[in-house]
Write a protein that binds this ligand. Structure first.
Ligand SMILES: CC(C)(COP(=O)(O)OP(=O)(O)OC[C@H]1O[C@@H](n2cnc3c(N)ncnc32)[C@H](O)[C@@H]1OP(=O)(O)O)[C@@H](O)C(=O)NCCC(=O)NCCS
Length: 320
């Protein structure tokens, strides 16, 4: 018997196996040389599920999980991923069924943006999402730089003053979260990372900083722990970084210096940020600052649910 239901923590172990199998097969089908996609750390999937469990579903047939999809909701901004169907039952409509459930939950919860990121090389995924009403947009690129290869900047070099969420006493956390909401909202009305900030801290996956220099401020949510079981701890992944307008380049550089300090303090050799290429100024600025492109995904949004950002803001985040 076929059932569609919400994903629970108890399912994550089996979902992990299916995720690895489906994505490895997908890479083989797309002609990659290295096809093995390792399993995720269970605590990472657990944190992912916490984002929006009401919108995350699996499909099972006689108790066997055949397909699943995770949805995420950051205020009014929703996205879907990962989504996978067991290779032996692909092409039978299971992917569509799961996606329809995730999308309905996001709509019901009031999402104004609904998006996803997928491998641009996979024509099947483009066809699959295109038929569901998703419109291809620009690429989101992952930009990385080594932090130890660069000389440690002298103390007098411009740094932004940083306040870290996890280091605050309990009574100050509420006002931090409110400030974080205001910063995100200034770049994209309705965007709210509070659940991401809380779960990042609760699962000890990293931390969130609000950076200030004079009147200017920015927000960065960073993951310090690995996602995959076979991965060493090596990178500070800035999964969301927001600069409200107007963006001042010297402030951006001060924040980058402070992010490198954060990575060094955690003994992490790399710093990475995700930059949607429609944020062209940010893309160019980071390339000029010595960052290298190490990965790219295609960003798509559902027709009628676009991402609308405030002109002049830099909104650097990943939907993956
Ligand atoms: C992508 C994936 C989830 C699709 O699931 P699926 O169950 O095989 O897809 P479905 O059978 O539900 O197909 C849905 C629609 O996509 C369409 N589709 C699939 N490939 C297509 C293509 N190349 N061009 C046009 N349409 C295509 C199907 O025709 C179907 O449309 P229809 O319902 O109108 O007939 C599945 O292939 C998968 O798990 N891939 C590996 C993991 C992965 O890449 N996940 C997505 C990462 S972002």
């Amino acid at each position: 018997m076929e059932t569609i239901r919400h994903i629970t923590r108890a399912d994550l172990h089996r979902i992990n196996g299916l995720l690895s199998r489906a994505f490895s097969q997908g890479r083989a089908d797309d002609g990659y040389r290295f096809t093995e996609v390792p399993e995720c750390r269970l605590e990472f999937l657990d944190m992912y599920l916490e984002d929006f469990p009401e919108g995350s579903y699996l499909l099972e047939v006689d108790g066997q999980i055949r397909a699943f999809g995770f949805a995420h909701l950051w205020g009014r901004v929703g996205w879907v991923g990962p989504v996978a169907v067991a290779p032996e039952v692909q092409g039978r409509g299971h992917g569509r069924e799961i996606m329809n459930q995730c999308l309905a939950s996001l709509r019901e919860a009031g999402a104004r943006t609904i998006g996803l990121e997928t491998m641009p090389r996979s024509y099947r995924n483009l066809g699959f999402y295109g038929k569901l009403g998703f419109v291809p947009g620009e690429l989101t690129v992952c930009l990385a730089s080594e932090v130890f290869a660069r000389p440690v900047p002298p103390q007098e070099e411009l740094r932004a003053e940083a306040v870290y969420f996890s280091r605050l006493p309990k009574e100050e956390r509420q006002s931090f979260l409110e400030k974080a909401r205001e910063i995100a909202d200034a770049a994209c009305e309705g965007l709210d990372y509070r659940s991401l900030i809380l779960h990042t801290s609760q699962y000890k996956y990293g931390d969130t900083a609000i950076f200030r220099l004079g009147e200017r401020q920015a927000l960065a949510i960073g993951h310090t722990e690995p996602y995959a079981v076979d991965e060493e701890r090596h990178v500070l992944r800035v999964v969301a970084c927001v600069f409200p307008p107007p963006v001042d380049r010297s402030f951006v550089d001060a924040v980058l210096t402070s992010l490198r300090d954060w990575a060094r303090r955690e003994f992490l050799g790399h710093l990475s940020l995700w930059v949607p290429t429609r944020q062209l100024e940010a893309f160019r600025h980071l390339l000029q600052a010595g960052f290298r492109v190490i990965h790219s995904d295609l960003r798509m949004t559902l027709e009628g649910y676009p991402l609308v950002t405030t002109p002049g803001a830099w909104l650097l985040d990943k939907w993956e």
